[in-house]
Design a protein around this ligand. Sequence first.
Ligand code: NAD
Length: 271
Amino acid sequence: MPKIKIGVVGCCGRMGRALLREIIAEEGCQLAGGTERGGHDCLGQDLGAVVGLEPAGINVTDDPDALIQGADAILDFTTAAATALHAGLAARYGACLIAGTTGLTPDQENEIAQAARKTAIVRAANMSVGVNILLQLTRQVSALLGEDFDIEIVEMHHRDKADAPSGTALALGEAAAEGRNIDFKTAAIRGRDGLTGPRLPGKIGLAALRGGNVAGDHTVIFAGSDERIELTHKAGDRAIFARGALRAALWATDKPPGLYSFADVLGFTNT
Ligand code: NAD
């Protein structure tokens, strides 16, 4: 059976490097190449050397057209603008796209949805199996508990993270809102400061902490009178997201065009 050709855009970023390591180690796939933004220090370097491994015989380029044209699947953990661009190219060349970038605007999300009419795109704010179980649990616990339990979501990430709250915290908020059958956008309170007054019932609070090299911690708190349920996931290493992205790529290559979630990849039902 021919190996699945997988390319990494943004291959010299934190996630890009973790993805390169996973692809090189995986028997069933072949590294198709890697790109970086124009002017990046890594351009021209060997992809194996970028992650301290044996030379892979392929150099980092700034040509996403050539990479996406020659690949079966593309892994994209870059920036919101770059991911929207890559989605258009994936649609043009029929490569499937695994898009993990967070912080996309509604217009950029729409560009992804348009591209997904022509190719399979897996879109997930968090590609760890554990976090996707946390999403399911959050939806279920939220449905079981009434509005007398206040929902608060706390996340912590490394000091360089560009967006807040994290895409995963927002996905957890959506899951909690779904469980209660309410609209997350109107229920969300993003951070508090100053004279905020008492907490309103039915709201979902989000708080973001930043520091160190934390790969990603998320806790969903259900606070009632005299009792509290806390659901926590802690990512020890970003390899968990890379492994999930690779699993999604191997899953997506024979799927028809469409916008898929990581729950689809894992075969979870939305209950
Ligand atoms: P990073 O800044 O370390 O890496 C991003 C890389 O993309 C950089 O090397 C940058 O030069 C490159 N890049 C930017 N524009 C580009 C372009 N046009 N073409 C090619 N490369 C380009 O960031 P990171 O920590 O690796 O995170 C990247 C994104 O992935 C963020 O949005 C983050 O929130 C998200 N993320 C998602 C998950 C998940 O499971 N879905 C997990 C971790 C991080």
